[in-house]
Write a protein that binds this ligand. Sequence first.
Ligand code: FES
Ligand code: FES
Length: 152
Amino acid sequence: MITLNINGKESRVDAEPDTPLLWVLRDTLQLTGTKFGCGMALCGACTVHMNGEPVRSCSTPVSAAAGKKIVSIEGVGRSRVGKAVQHAWQRLDVVQCGYCQSGQIMSAVALLENNRKPTDADIDGAMGGNVCRCATYVRIRAAIHEAAKSLA
Ligand code: FES
Ligand code: FES
């Protein structure tokens, strides 16, 4: 049994230590907002926060998450920055098919938690590992600037 702290709630899960955190979130805990894309830490669809840092849950063994604070897309809107990012995403109608967007939002929130005034270059650097097949990159960048403004 492994004890996880997900979105502020403790859960005990019966999983092999090397099971990817993504499968525990989706299959065991039914937190299906976090998506599977590549399974190889290449696309960012599965991004969650571990102690505030964005990590690829497809490539993070669940054992590495024990004793850490995990936040997924289901819980990110509880923080001030998370709320601001979600509102900006809605205002600018960022989403197209939506598949990549949980991961995009998690990376954007992690960026703004550390940098309240990101430049375009800061945004490109922080978001470069999040791939969007629908190419919503221009709106993502605009929404991050919009969220930053609302947090000022
Ligand atoms: S599914 Fe994890 S990075 Fe693509
Ligand atoms: S919105 Fe479709 S993959 Fe990004």
